[in-house]
Design a protein around this ligand. Structure first.
Ligand SMILES: *Cc1c(COP(=O)(O)O)cnc(C)c1O
Length: 383
């Protein structure tokens, strides 16, 4: 019996790269039989630290990017009565991490160059209740105002939580994101540039921040350094705070380690595909492409913006009919029911981006013909 699937998508918007190497790493870790947090988690953290050149900053692996953001906010002692200034134009995981602490989100507008928080818009919203800024590196593009936002945070005594879920391997101010700044969070979810199936990591500001991050990660348990990742039970521990069950197990760590070995090839390929897209699609009247050469970008998604928001749904349908998958990243979170009363500044650029953005397929390995298929499908809509 055959099933008719009316709208088959030939080129999915995401396609994680899972090869024999990753499958062997996962089965090897399963055979080893230690499923919980163990030496593989510690090794994953060490290799992430090496890749991002974090120096003495701690890398704490967790079981999702959302958990990484929640841990970072708690480590910054954000809680009820506090405000965290965020972009509305991001994945709601970031807003949920803020409200999970009991703090409130405040929505600030983004700037047109990198679609990340605009420093002036942020500063205009600072009040005595403001405790932190959540800066998102959208699509892997380093936020234009990274330096200004750290300077204004310093002036006002605020923490900066960087949501670098899109930006593992991107560079800001000439340095890998994660190696500079305050608290930096990554995601290794299913469709991110590099995956551990589900997973994430927080990079803390000082070696002293490790203990707090680790206690938040593992149900408040304060265990000493030597036994932290040992296979075996440590009966001697204290509990000093509220924590969560956010640690990363051995199987996802093994998968993450296998992906880390390939991540530079993933990034180089994705940069190449993005440059081809920019070159071809940048010539089309009616479209705006990302204003970057991708040199410092580890591209998570490739996106365009239609000049006329009225055209977006038609473009998406046109691409779907030609087997090209699309996405929208993101609708503004300020319109969600749960956040409708959140304080906000003027969100003109957010509204513009949220109503015109279209994500096109980007994978770590794409045939030239696949990239061409996407380009031709877009081109045929406008010509
Ligand atoms: C994916 C993502 C997250 C959350 O990561 P998960 O691993 O899915 O929990 C947070 N912020 C942004 C911008 C993301 O894209």
């Amino acid at each position: 019996m055959s099933t008719v699937v009316p709208d088959v998508v030939d080129v999915p918007v995401y396609r994680p790269h899972l090869d024999d190497h990753t499958i062997a790493a996962a089965t090897g870790a399963l055979r080893d039989g230690w499923l919980g947090m163990g030496p593989l988690t510690a090794e994953f953290e060490r290799r992430i630290g090496q890749r991002l050149d974090v120096g003495p900053r701690p890398v704490v692996a967790v079981n999702s990017g959302t958990a990484a953001l929640h841990c970072a906010l708690l480590a910054a002692e954000i809680g009820p009565g506090d405000e965290v200034i965020c972009p509305s134009f991001t994945y709601v995981a970031g807003h949920q991490a803020v409200t999970a602490t009991g703090a409130e989100v405040v929505f600030a507008d983004i700037e047109a160059d990198t679609l990340a928080l605009d420093a002036a818009a942020v500063e205009a919203l600072v009040t005595p209740r403001t405790k932190a800024i959540m800066l998102v590196h959208y699509a892997g593009i380093p936020a234009r105002d990274w330096t200004d936002i750290h300077l204004l945070a310093h002036r006002h005594g605020l923490r900066v939580i960087e949501d670098a879920a899109h930006a593992f391997g991107s560079k800001v101010a000439g340095r890998p994101i994660g190696s500079v700044g305050d608290l930096i969070c990554f995601s290794f979810g299913p469709v991110k540039v590099m995956t551990s199936l589900e997973g994430g990591a927080v990079v803390g500001p000082t070696s002293a921040s490790r203990q707090l991050l680790e206690e938040v990660r593992l149900i408040g348990v304060d265990s000493d350094t030597a036994s932290r990742y040992a296979k075996g039970r440590n009966w001697e521990y204290d509990v000093r705070r509220q924590g969560y069950r956010y640690h990363l197990g051995s199987i996802p760590a093994a998968i993450g380690l296998s992906q880390l070995e390939l991540v530079d090839e993933f990034i180089a390929n994705r940069q190449r595909y993005c440059r081809r897209y920019n070159q071809a699609l940048g010539q089309i009247d009616g479209l705006t492409v990302p204003g970057t050469d991708f040199a410092d970008v580890s591209p998570y998604i490739y996106f365009v913006r239609v000049d006329d928001p009225e055209q977006r749904a038609d473009l998406i349908a046109h691409l779907g009919a030609r087997g090209v998958g699309t996405g929208i990243h993101y609708p503004g979170a300020h319109d969600f029911t749960f956040y409708k009363d959140a304080r906000r500044g003027d969100l003109a650029m957010t509204e513009q981006a949220a109503s015109t953005q279209v994500t096109l397929p980007l994978h770590s390995y794409m045939a030239d013909a696949t990239v061409d298929q996407v380009i031709e499908a877009v081109d045929s809509f406008f010509s």
